[in-house]
Design a binder for this molecule. Structure first.
Ligand SMILES: Cc1cc2nc3c(=O)[nH]c(=O)nc-3n(C[C@H](O)[C@H](O)[C@H](O)COP(=O)(O)OP(=O)(O)OC[C@H]3O[C@@H](n4cnc5c(N)ncnc54)[C@H](O)[C@@H]3O)c2cc1C
Length: 351
């Protein structure tokens, strides 16, 4: 295992901002993962685990500790109660794994095609798109518990998955180094085509799509929104959606409607659990004065997706954060809603 010093982190992320890691190690096996953790604790260095860097904002001063680049590869297959099991190394890139399952006629992950990042990153925020979430297909997560250095297998039921949440980004944040994720998939599953864009295409075509057709359609929609990372596509220099869709209790929802009505607007909403309503953050941004394509120097809103803050070239993390705060302030002043950012902030004074 090689320890590198003063390594620029920006090129290892999709947003492309931020400074250097004081140390960086690339971990390719479980023994190396243990070695890296020991190194961090022996030298008393804070640790940051980096997957594909598609959901992180690195501060301009960088990270004054050890960045562990997760690169454990490999897929082991098995069977359980008629389900195919895939134990996938945390450093495997996500989308090629999705391709493999689609080729095998397994539908469980097809709607999650085209999402950047690693397999190890998927349980952290319970990755989701077009009505699907990884929570539905994860059977267990294999990880090192950093409290005692032991390897544990955490069943999905103990991961407390919900919308963009799990124990890994809430109550147990920072506790586990994910080594592998076990996906359980079945040929019996059918993808739910509830998402309006998909529904309209396939109801127009009048037939149920094959899995490869469905994947292509998902990718087509994602590309049209710059939600697939492409080197020559400025609008994909982002972390995807920058804000979570707020889930409002009835009182907050009534207040939103009242404020929207005064502006002659009706907010779109979808029923969520416990009588709550999920409101598209993109709608809030657009109606608080932040339309697609808006520019603020080197940063701005994607021309193709109202929820993506993009680095238009040469942006600093400070500019990204200032823009984020400006948006949050405007949405709160207009609609009395505090937006929560989706990405993880690394190397900032306040987390
Ligand atoms: C263009 C674009 C489109 C996107 N679309 C979507 C989408 O449709 N749906 C969606 O949910 N997300 C989306 N995202 C966000 C992102 O791709 C996902 O959250 C992805 O799962 C992050 O994985 P990563 O490996 O890049 O993690 P990173 O960004 O490297 O890390 C994110 C967090 O996970 C932690 N982490 C990563 N790997 C491990 C590990 N092995 N062990 C412990 N902790 C770990 C990191 O420490 C960090 O806290 C999009 C991003 C972009 C840029």
């Amino acid at each position: 295992m090689q320890i590198e010093e003063n390594v620029p982190l920006a090129p290892l992320t999709t947003l492309g901002v931020g400074g250097n890691a004081r140390y960086l190690v690339e971990v390719r096996s479980e023994p190396e993962a243990h070695e890296a953790l020991s190194l961090a604790s022996e030298r008393n260095l804070p640790l940051f685990i980096l997957g594909g860097g598609s959901n992180v904002v690195i501060g301009d001063r960088g990270f004054a500790g050890l960045a562990l680049k997760m690169s454990i590869r490999g897929v082991e297959e098995g069977w359980e109660n008629g389900h195919r099991l895939f134990w996938v190394g945390a450093g495997e890139p996500w989308d090629p794994f999705v391709v493999r399952t689609v080729v095998d006629g397994l539908a469980g992950l097809v709607l999650l095609s085209g999402i950047p990042g690693t397999v190890g990153g998927t349980p952290i925020q319970n990755v989701g798109a077009y009505g699907a979430e990884v929570a539905r297909s994860i059977r267990a997560v294999r990880a090192i518990d950093r409290r005692d250095g032991r390897v544990v297998e955490i069943p999905a039921a103990a991961c407390s998955f919900s919308y963009r949440r799990s124990i890994f980004n809430t109550e147990e944040k920072g506790r586990y180094l994910v080594l592998a994720v076990c996906y359980s998939l079945s040929k019996e599953e059918n993808p739910e085509l509830g998402y309006p864009d998909l529904l309209s295409v396939f109801s127009r075509k009048g037939n149920r799509p094959s899995l490869p057709e469905l994947r292509e359609e998902v990718l087509r929609i994602r590309r049209s929104k710059a939600m697939v990372v492409m080197a020559d596509e400025e609008d994909s220099r982002s972390v995807g959606s920058f804000f979570k869709n707020p889930v409002l209790d009835p009182t907050a929802f009534v207040e939103l409607r009242r404020r929207a009505e005064r502006l002659g607007l009706t907010p779109p909403s979808y029923p969520a659990d416990d009588g709550k309503q999920k409101v598209p953050a993109a709608w809030l941004l657009e109606n608080a004065g932040f339309p697609k394509g808006l520019r603020r120097g080197s940063v701005g809103i994607s021309r193709r997706h109202a929820l993506a803050i993009v680095n238009r070239g040469g942006a600093t993390a400070a500019e990204i954060v200032a823009f984020m705060e400006e948006i949050k302030g405007a949405v709160e002043a207009t609609f009395a809603i505090r937006l929560k950012p989706e990405p993880v902030f690394v190397g900032f004074d306040t987390p």
